[in-house]
Design a protein around this ligand. Structure first.
Ligand code: ADP
Ligand code: MG
Length: 364
C-alpha cells in the first residue's frame, strides 16, 4: 500500500458522503492505492464502487486514473466513471460497482477453466484491449485480478479495470508513436509481464497482448511454469521468471492443447514495438476453435452453475437462520410469560401450553 500519514482505516468512512451524493457503505477490499468501498448514489439508488486514497499520499494515483477513464470515455466492458474529487482527508474515484474478478472465480472453479470459458473470456478481453488501444492508451497491468464480471443484467459481461498504470503509447491526435527505449523499470506484475517489459523495454500494444497470452495460459493450465520460483530477493526472482519465459519451448508446453493457443502466444511475441496488433485475426482464431468444438456463445461460464448453487445454499442458510431466530423469540416470549405468571400468581394470563387431555376432560 502506498505510504501516507493518514491511516484510511482510522478515518471511519462508512456513511460518509462523497461528491455530495455518493454514500460510502462498507469497505470491500484494499489495493495498492488505498481502500475500495461499496457505496450508493443517493439520488438514483444505484450501487457504486469508490476507490479511496489518503489526501497526503506520496504518489497520488486516483486523479490520473480518473483522467484516463475520462479520456477513453464510456464503453461496453469498462466501468462507467462517475466522479473524481478531493474530500478533506482523502481523494475518491467513484465508478460503477462490478462483481467478482476472474481470479476470484478461478478459485471458485478449483483453479481450472474449461476451453469454452477460456475462449469466451479471451474473445471479450481482446475486444477490451482493442478498445483501450484505439483510444491511444496501453493498460500495462493486464492480469486476472483486473478482469471483473459485471452485476445484475451485466453479470455475463467481462470488464477491464484498474487504469492506474495506463499510458499513452501514441499521441491521441497525431497518432505519433512514443519512442523506443530500453531504460525502463518494470511496471505491472512480473508473473504476467512480457519478456520485453521485464527487460526494461518501453511498453507498447504488443506487451498488453503478450500479458493476455500468459493470462489465457494460466486459465488453461491452472498455473504458469514460472509460478512459485524461489530466489534470495525480488531482483533474482524476476530474473528467474524472465529466464523461464524466455527459454520456454512453446510447442512443447502447448503440445496437448489446440494449436491456436501456441499460435496466439507466438503472434504476440513476434510483434514489433510500433505494430498495431490484428485483433480481428486473433479473435477469429479463437472463434474458429470455438465453433469447431460445437460450443454455443451463450455466456454460460464454468462459474454460472456454481454461483447459482451457492445462491441457493445462501438462501437456504438464511431461511434456516430466520426460522431459528423466530423459534428463539417465541421460546423467549413463552419463558417471560411463565415467569410473570409464577411471580404474580396471576391465573388470568392464559397458559401457552395446549391443554392436557386430563384438563380437557375436567372441563367437560
Ligand atoms: N468497480 C469495481 N467494483 C467492484 N470491485 C472493484 C471495482 N474496482 C476495483 N474493485 C476491487 O478492488 C480491487 C483493487 O482495485 P484496482 O482498481 O485493481 O486497484 P489496484 O491498483 O490496487 O490493483 C480489484 O481487484 C477489485 O477486487
Ligand atoms: Mg488491480
Amino acid at each position: 500500500m502506498a505510504s501516507s500519514r493518514v491511516n484510511l482505516s482510522n478515518l471511519a468512512l462508512e456513511n460518509r458522503l462523497v461528491g455530495g451524493k455518493y454514500r460510502l457503505l462498507k469497505s470491500i477490499g484494499s489495493g495498492s492505492f488505498g481502500e475500495i468501498y461499496q457505496g450508493i448514489n443517493t439520488q438514483d439508488g444505484k450501487d457504486v464502487a469508490v476507490k479511496i486514497e489518503a489526501a497526503d499520499v506520496k504518489y497520488p494515483l486516483l486523479r490520473y486514473e480518473s483522467k484516463v477513464y475520462d479520456q477513453i470515455g464510456p464503453h461496453a466492458g469498462l466501468p462507467t466513471f462517475l466522479h473524481y474529487g478531493s474530500e478533506k482527508r482523502f481523494n475518491a474515484l467513484v465508478m460503477e460497482l462490478l462483481g467478482p474478478s476472474l481470479e476470484d472465480l478461478f478459485n471458485l472453479c478449483h483453479r481450472r477453466f474449461s476451453l469454452k470459458t477460456v475462449l469466451m473470456i479471451s474473445d471479450q478481453l481482446l475486444m477490451r484491449l482493442e478498445c483501450v488501444h484505439l483510444h491511444s492508451f496501453i493498460h500495462r497491468d493486464v492480469k486476472p485480478d483486473n478482469f471483473l464480471m459485471g452485476l445484475g443484467r451485466h453479470s455475463n459481461k467481462l470488464y477491464l479495470i484498474d487504469f492506474g498504470l495506463a499510458k499513452h503509447f501514441e499521441d491521441p491526435v497525431s497518432h505519433q508513436h512514443i519512442p523506443y527505449r530500453e531504460d525502463r523499470n518494470l511496471t505491472g506484475t512480473a508473473r504476467y509481464a512480457s519478456i520485453n517489459a521485464q527487460r526494461g523495454i518501453e511498453q507498447s500494444r504488443r506487451d498488453d497482448l503478450e500479458s493476455l497470452a500468459y493470462c489465457i495460459m494460466y486459465f488453461n493450465m491452472g498455473k504458469l511454469p514460472w509460478q512459485g520460483v524461489v530466489a534470495a530477493n525480488k531482483q533474482q526472482k524476476y530474473e528467474k521468471i524472465w529466464e523461464l519465459k524466455q527459454s520456454m519451448c512453446i510447442d512443447e508446453v502447448f503440445r496437448n492443447w489446440p494449436n491456436e493457443f501456441a499460435l496466439f502466444i507466438k503472434y504476440t511475441r513476434n510483434l514489433r514495438f510500433t505494430d498495431a496488433p490484428d485483433y480481428v485475426y486473433l479473435r477469429q482464431l479463437f472463434r474458429f476453435l470455438f465453433r469447431q468444438q460445437n460450443h454455443q456463445y451463450d455466456h454460460v461460464y464454468d462459474w454460472t452453475l456454481l454461483q447459482q448453487e451457492q445462491k441457493e445454499r445462501d438462501r437456504d442458510r438464511e431461511y434456516r437462520r430466520r426460522a431459528k431466530q423466530m423459534l428463539e423469540q417465541e421460546l423467549g416470549r413463552r419463558q417471560r410469560v411463565k415467569l410473570q405468571r409464577d411471580e404474580i400468581g396471576d391465573s388470568s394470563i392464559k397458559p401457552l401450553k395446549h391443554k392436557t387431555a386430563e384438563e380437557r376432560r375436567h372441563r367437560k
